[in-house]
Write a protein that binds this ligand. Structure first.
Ligand code: GTP
Ligand code: MG
Length: 195
């Protein structure tokens, strides 16, 4: 599938306040700084669409992007960001949970994990919560360009083994790089099967 048009469609803090035009949604979640906004830009071939930053905590709202006038990509704030107040972190947690539980148009959540690291306790807890709430998800490993091919493969296998401790069957898994465009075709083709 090709993305021929990507337009910012609005920001909100609750599912009930999202853009009024109801279309299928595919959302991106993961720890702060994992590369959610960069991946959306890569998929849309537009570096300026979603705001990115090397400082964690850039995305603070739920942002909808209208794709090909027929579906949405949704950029979510990161979870588990330590360097903000307890209240602010709790506010983001409530925002994320409200959106993923109450957005009827949400087709699938992409959980992003950094290719370079072992998945953290926070990632595991978040992913297990999706299982408990019956929310369909896939996993995308990000920043694949930061490791050599062998190290990347080994680290992904390690993370799959960690996920297998909690899950009998693994979800669909993709490897990506917003720098090189790796994973673009696979992820867009995967989305295309749902719409
Ligand atoms: P929050 O909005 O703060 O939750 O972060 P985010 O998950 O949206 O991350 P963002 O896309 O803003 O990227 C964070 C940093 O990682 C930026 O400096 C990006 O340039 C960098 N980055 C993201 N993806 C990649 C990638 O695939 N490769 C490399 N080398 N850097 C990346
Ligand atoms: Mg972001």
């Amino acid at each position: 599938m090709m993305i021929t048009e990507a337009k910012f469609a609005g920001s909100c803090t609750r599912a009930s306040m999202k853009p009024s035009r109801r279309l299928p949604e595919f959302a991106f979640i993961g720890r702060s700084n994992v590369g959610k906004s960069s991946l959306i830009n890569m998929l849309c071939s537009n570096r300026k669409l979603a705001k990115t930053s090397s400082t964690p905590g850039k995305t603070q709202l739920i942002n909808h992007f209208l794709i090909n006038d027929s579906w949405y990509l949704v950029d979510l704030p990161g979870y588990g960001f330590a360097k903000i107040s307890k209240e602010a972190r709790e506010g983001l947690r409530v925002m994320i949970n409200d959106y993923i539980r109450n957005s009827e148009e949400l087709v699938l959540l992409f959980v992003l994990l950094d290719s370079r690291h072992d998945l953290t306790k926070i990632d595991r807890e978040f992913i297990n919560g999706l299982g408990e709430n019956g929310i369909p998800f896939a996993i995308i490993f990000t920043k694949g360009d930061k490791l050599g091919p062998n190290a990347l493969k080994a680290q992904i296998e390690k993370n799959k083994a960690l996920l297998s401790e909690d899950w009998e069957e693994l979800p669909p898994i993709f490897s990506s790089s917003s720098q090189t465009g790796e994973g673009k075709e696979e992820i867009l083709d995967f989305i295309h099967r749902y719409i």
